[in-house]
Write a protein that binds this ligand. Sequence first.
Ligand SMILES: Nc1ncnc2c1ncn2[C@@H]1O[C@H](COP(=O)(O)OP(=O)(O)OP(=O)(O)O)[C@@H](O)[C@H]1O
Ligand SMILES: [Mg+2]
Length: 308
Amino acid sequence: MISVRNLVKHYGEVKAVNGISFTIRKGEITGLLGPNGAGKTTTLRILTGYLQPTSGIVSVDEFLVDENPIEIKKRIGYLPESAPLYPDMMVYDFLQFMADIRQIYDKEKIKDIAIQCGITEVMHKNINELSKGYKQRVGLAQAILHDPEILILDEPTNGLDPNQIVEIRDLIKELGKEKTVILSTHILQEVEATCNRVIIIDKGAIVADDSTSELKSASGKDIRINCIIGGVTFDAIQDALKNLQGIKLVQHIRDAGQLCHIQILTEASVDLRPAVFNCIKDNGWTLYEMTREYRSLEHVFRELTVGV
Ligand SMILES: Nc1ncnc2c1ncn2[C@@H]1O[C@H](COP(=O)(O)OP(=O)(O)OP(=O)(O)O)[C@@H](O)[C@H]1O
Ligand SMILES: [Mg+2]
């Protein structure tokens, strides 16, 4: 378990991180989402022990990051913003070098990790000959070489083409089956595609922390339910529904032949779909369609970080 309490980091006048707290449970794939300059990299650097916070407490299991840097580094695999590779080295030599530094003597380990990260065919190429996608794979390979329980990835798909992005996301998802993963990104689709939890940060502070699906459906001020109902006028529907508790507004979208399209706005805290269904049924009308409108994560993100 990773615990971050009241984390603050100031670079001189710049308040990069401003009192962030969160807990990451084992097995979660968490996206740290935020616009440029939000404080993602700073937070991840502090988590991995590469940067001292101005104040705050970060711990992994029972170890404090500032007091037990070796224990922390054993548990964490880190892929920084630009993959830390030596371009003149051959991939195999680079991984062997990293294995030596970390005192990993199992010869099979590099082979296994090469298979897992899909780099066996480039093991004898120089790193500077590799495409960005393959470089990122090598970066991931070095991050998992010592078999850490936690993977921290700073913008892992940044600068990759769409095919490479899909491949790296698949690899991260695969790794996430065994490991706790925290990745930073400013790409919403990344979080939707890869993560089961999202922490949105803006100007050094957390503005949302929820499961990806909950954030999409519940973080808004209201929920929209669209219905198509037959055998009734809009006025009659409005009259019947307005008595249900939790309904804020019933809007007429259009009439199509005998069918009336409506949209119902309800408070975010209640799911009124069963009550709406029962009301329609009790009145003897016919329900042709009922859908709940899910807001895109993009919508939520803009609302939280730009306010629109
Ligand atoms: N070494 C540094 N010295 C001074 N200011 C810094 C330093 N590193 C980051 N900052 C500032 O701290 C703030 C947060 O930066 P950080 O790199 O953590 O953001 P980020 O969310 O990772 O952004 P990006 O999406 O662009 O990578 C920014 O205002 C940045 O300019
Ligand atoms: Mg960054």
